[in-house]
Design a protein around this ligand. Structure first.
Ligand code: GLC
Length: 741
């Protein structure tokens, strides 16, 4: 429809018809199934609301979407199609690594391809909007939703946010395989006090601006069609009623003119927040803040018409919201074809096709991070090995948001290994332990109950595992969190592996010196005990549909690990929040003052995380020449005009196999009008080198890399000394200094 006709359509609608477009129904309203996320409101939705709501979430599948759209359009007086939205977080049917694992790839371009693949699979199943990418910056591994983020760095997160938006949306929302992206959760949701989900967020304006906002801005700049509000308060006001945040920052400063949707029931939650006295005030505050769609509460449909007739809210605010919703439906091409790309035959051809599985496996392999390796990996086919642990014969490797895909499509590690080793290999497979102690309360999206395991089972499994460990040359333990121990409403105060698995770990290590640990998790774990006794540690996150083949290929050297940590792994949970780009403090703990008690330090643990941001090993080794810079001084005025310094470093593969290294550039502003981080990631390049091969990598350092929000609130570069670091992780000492005047 020509955009100018949307206004005419709006004029034809009654006030109630307009308001119902601002309601998003939970899937239960059309399916009587249990709702998937959040708490369905207390049944306030009337038949009229259900028949005229503008959108619905968590309904998918070509046949089901067609059935509901046909039913819906029978009652829609203006032929306005229903909009279908869904959480496609890390794949639709072909599931790929969770976003935190994608961050470890240091490969936004690959994430763009993954998003394109997910959009294609989702579009043929009737999905028109995905509630992705989640771009919340995270620093607290206790928070379960770190698994949905790409990590602790604003620059890296911004690259991924843009890449995923572009991947989902393609060149045009009307393209058959495009879905609208929804950047979430605006804003600052990734910083809940104590890592407890839905908890209060308290950030300084500066921290908010410098660390938490950039990735949202990158997603908006990439053209995201939608933004979702967050559950938390920002400066004491819930995001969904925060006029300053939504109208001044999001729409004013960032220029976002798309649809703003609340998170699940977030408008109603302004009442328990203590910001609104009742549903009437909640409706008014949310509309005033510019929230266009109310996810599942019905408050808008219930309250807004009376508020307009009472002169409390302007109908023009409703018109602007509904026009944005109609514009999105129009840009998706739904007025021309409300069924757009949904197609059951296409579902059968596209879902889980070999090309998609291959892409998912490539991403999984790129996401694995080798944290330790004292020569025990890779395994040769001749090595006698015992594969032991709850992830040996387990299909639950998709992450907590993959309720759409069936685990029947996922091969177990044991199946993949048996196929590769063939008959007669000196290889054994043992369960060793359950994922969790029996009776551990666990639930999640597409909930499941844990298999009932008896004490006798556990004892037998442990005995068998120890016996197998005694006779094998090498043991590979496949251990990890349950997939529902991360994700929404999955905060953990203790971020170690489950006790039942640590008992297995200790028993196996007592029986065999050559132990490699493969770790499945949705967050950085406290791996201190594991790293002390295992000779190799490989973090595989939640790798998705092709987990088994990717892990097998990696531990047998058919491919070489290359992942780098997008989030610090703490030495202990007491360090959390821990992140590489911290401030120096007035009493920094440096080697020169290691013995000084009166420093910013702990009595009982080091300050450094166990494994830092940007860290990851390979099966080969890399050496770096001293980093160089093309000149030691730059004029700030010239930098503003586009001048740039060039920082170069030569990296050499000093090992015996080809490997891929992510060369990272960090900058430090030594002294400024506000304290600055000890270093900040400002660039990275992946290089693949054969044994003995070298490559010089050069980074451009200009105004964009050097500028920050100065004390006066302006963005700029201040005179002074800077340090450029270039190396294989955030701890690299390979540095050169320069001056800006
Ligand atoms: C959930 C999540 C949000 C998700 C939405 C719809 O509560 O906070 O990320 O997109 O509800 O499922």
């Amino acid at each position: 429809m020509k955009p100018e006709k949307l206004w005419n359509l709006l004029q034809e609608m009654t006030l109630e018809e307009k308001i119902h477009q601002m309601l998003q129904l939970p899937n239960a309203c059309y399916q009587q199934k249990n709702n998937l996320t959040g708490a369905l409101e207390d049944g306030t939705l009337t038949r009229e609301m259900i028949e005229q709501a503008g959108s619905i979430l968590s309904v998918y599948g070509a046949k089901e979407v067609r059935r509901i759209q046909e039913e819906y359009l029978k009652h829609q007086p203006h032929g306005i199609p229903l909009l279908f939205m869904l959480d496609v977080i890390n794949g639709y049917q072909t599931v790929y690594p969770i976003p935190l694992a994608q961050g470890a790839m240091f490969d936004p371009a690959l994430s763009k391809e993954l998003a394109q693949m997910a959009a294609k699979e989702a579009a043929v199943s009737g999905v028109q909007v995905t509630f992705s990418p989640m771009v919340d910056l995270v620093r607290d591994a206790r928070w379960g939703r770190v698994m949905e983020s790409t990590g602790e760095d604003p620059y890296l997160n911004g690259l991924y946010a843009a890449a995923m938006v572009e991947g989902y949306q393609g060149d045009s929302l009307s393209d058959p395989y495009s879905v609208a992206a929804c950047v979430k959760h605006f804003a600052g949701y990734g910083a809940p006090d104590a890592g407890r989900d839905y908890n209060t967020v308290e950030l300084s304006d500066r921290t908010f601006e410098e660390y938490y906002l950039p990735a949202y801005r990158a997603g908006v700049d990439a053209g995201a069609a939608m933004v979702m509000t967050s559950f938390n308060t920002v400066n004491g006001i819930p995001a969904s009623g925060n006029r300053k945040l939504m109208r001044d920052v999001l729409r004013g400063e960032m220029g976002f003119d798309g649809v703003l949707i609340s998170d699940w029931a977030a408008i109603a939650e302004m009442i328990p927040h203590g910001y609104c006295a009742d549903r009437k005030e909640a409706a008014q505050r949310a509309l005033d803040a510019g929230v266009d769609i109310d996810m599942t509460t019905g408050i808008y449909s219930e309250q807004l018409a009376d508020l307009v007739r009472a002169g409390v809210v302007q109908e023009s605010l409703i018109d602007e919201a509904v026009l944005r919703i109609l514009t999105l439906k129009n840009e998706l091409g739904l007025f021309e074809d409300p069924y757009k790309s949904l197609n059951e035959e296409a579902e059968r051809q596209i879902h889980l096709c070999p090309e998609h599985r291959a892409l998912a496996r490539k991403a999984a392999e790129e996401s694995f991070v080798l944290l330790k390796n004292d020569g025990v990996l890779p395994l040769s086919k001749e090595t006698s090995v015992a594969y032991i642990g709850p992830y040996v014969n387990n299909r639950e490797m998709l992450g907590s948001w993959s309720f759409i895909a069936s685990t029947d499509t996922v091969q177990t590690f044991e199946e993949a290994a048996k196929a590769w080793y063939g008959e007669g290999a000196a290889v054994r497979y043992c369960q060793g332990a359950p994922v969790l102690e029996t009776g551990t309360p666990i639930s999640g999206l597409g909930s499941q109950t844990l298999p009932q395991v008896t004490e006798a089972d556990c004892d037998r499994w442990l005995r068998e595992a120890v016996e197998a460990a005694k006779t094998a040359d090498t043991v590979v333990l496949l251990l990890g969190e349950h997939r529902f121990q991360s994700g929404e409403a999955a905060s953990r105060a203790d971020i170690t592996l489950p006790d039942v698995q640590m008992r297995l770990f200790e028993a196996v290590c007592a029986a065999n010196d050559n132990v490699a640990a493969v770790i499945f998790s949705g967050r950085p774990l406290d791996l201190r005990r594991v790293s002390q006794k295992a000779k190799a540690v490989l973090e595989v996150w939640m790798p998705g549909t092709e987990a088994a083949s990717a892990i097998l290929r990696t531990i047998t050297g058919q491919c070489c690990p290359q992942g780098k940590l997008p989030m610090s792994f703490p030495y202990a949970v007491g360090q959390v929040p821990v992140h590489y780009n911290e401030f120096r403090t007035g009493r920094p703990l440096t080697p020169e003052v290691e013995a000084d008690r009166f420093r910013s330090r702990y009595l009982d643990i080091p300050n450094e995380p166990l494994y830092p941001f940007g860290y990851g090993l390979s099966y080969t080794s890399f050496s770096y020449q001293p980093v160089t810079i093309d000149r030691e001084e730059a004029q700030i005025a010239a930098l503003k005009a586009g001048d740039a310094l060039h920082v170069s470093v030569t990296v050499t593969n000093t090992g015996k196999v080809t490997g891929t290294e992510t060369v990272q550039l960090y900058l430090c502003d030594v002294a400024a009008s506000v304290v600055r981080p000890v270093k900040e990631l400002k660039g990275f390049q992946k290089v693949t080198l054969a044994p003995g091969e070298s490559q010089t990598v050069t980074f451009s350092v200009g105004f964009k890399e050097l500028s920050f929000t100065m004390a006066d609130g302006e963005r700029g570069v201040e005179p002074g000394t800077f340090i450029a670091y270039a190396g294989g992780d955030s701890r690299t000492p390979n540095a050169v200094s320069f001056v800006c005047r």
